[in-house]
Design a protein around this ligand. Sequence first.
Ligand code: NAD
Length: 484
Amino acid sequence: MASRVIPVDPFDLVIFGGTGDLARRKILPALFRRFVAGQIEGDVRLIGAARSEMDRDGYRTMVRAAIAEFGGEEEGRKKDLAAFLEMLDFVTIDARGTTGWAELAGKMRPGRIQAFYFSVAPVLFGDLAKRLHKHGMANQASRIVVEKPFGRDLETARDLNRVLARHFEERQIYRIDHYLGKETVQNLMAIRFGNVLFEPLWNSQYVDHIQITVAESVGVGGRGDYYDRSGAMRDMVQNHLMQLLCLIAMEPPAKFDPDAVRDEKLKVIRALDPVKATDVVRGQYEAHEDRPDYRTQVDNPDSLTESFVALKVHISNWRWAGTPFYLRTGKRLRERASEIAVVFKDAPHSIFGADAGRHRNILTIRLQPNEGIELGVTIKEPGPGGMRLIDVPLDMTFAEALGPEEADFPDAYERLIMDVIRGNQTLFMRGDEVEAAWAWTDPIIAGWAESGGAPLPYASGSSGPDDALMLMHRDGRRWREIKP
Ligand code: NAD
């Protein structure tokens, strides 16, 4: 049974950077899919705004091609596509100049939701906010969507928050972390707070440790220039992995409401201990067959930027004191696989004797691919051979448990853009959260710069540098295998 779709109120959405890579690959196809699903209907206007000299028809042609490439245009959807393209308009605009602003202001219709998506380079965020205000588009009905990266350290994030706050209230600012839009990530909250089963065990008394892995098999690709100025810590840990960590570790909020949830996440970030230099491993991938090494790919032979990082993190509060969190992320790893594993402690006493072996429960939340949740439980091995124990998974691959139709999850961008229109900020980062995350990340990055050391090389297609394995081994633990 397909779930019920409730249409959102009519809105005008301006996509600054509407001709860029993100708009073509993610934002516009996401809007198209919501349109096909019936969530966007009626008098809606989608206005691309970018530097390109282009008219409305040119933009429609561009978007048609983008949807054909990234949006799954099927035969039966041709009628939908024509109606969707009708909603599109375009304004040539200069974020730093005067071109296009009066024209854009003239297109906005009072009395309806007005959203402005900043899908341009972050240096332009302040210019856009300023000009929106100057041309009367920063009003009570407007909201802005800000892409990552949100700053490159605490100072720049603070500056950006200050600039945006001059023209928009916090309730109007939607800072995107698309990980929060993933269905499984939201399911993490449902699992924790919708079931009585897990919450009593969700603490250091019962949880031995937690692993969070976000592994990519691809290299830096065409984003080399950006990536080399950023690295895995800024690009992945400060935002995506920290957000996952927060959702795992936070206290139950009193209700599922934007500030209640974000208050609890913020408390987690503020309770993080500083990370010791010996608890961080960073790496850089080497060449593999016909694929170049990291430094060649970013065209910087002396680069000290990490394409891999693993760290051990402690949270100093009553719930988690003594339970480490191990985080790792990197490029050119064995597989593209993201998962969170909550590894429970051994039973306090084995009534089955030493022969029964060592067994523990592991709750695995798979983000990609094959989104789902798996609980490893210990049972008796079938057969007459005595009480031998084995671990088997209670597997809830969503596609199997819910049927392929129900498990055909909307892309994170679909969910998040609709939340912007609905005015729900729960899955967006608040300004203080982002700043707290940078305040914790900055000293780690500063420590690398001070030491002047280079990241450790690792083989492409491996699980990262050996030292990352040691990070676990020295504690008598091991990473779970990276497998699809
Ligand atoms: P892009 O370079 O492909 O596109 C940039 C867009 O900005 C173009 O439409 C261009 O016309 C417009 N633009 C540039 N200068 C302008 C100006 N002065 N005035 C008005 N418009 C101007 O960039 P992108 O990859 O689409 O990224 C956009 C934003 O999204 C960036 O903040 C990026 O960090 C973020 N982001 C991108 C991705 C991705 O996969 N592409 C992923 C995550 C975040």
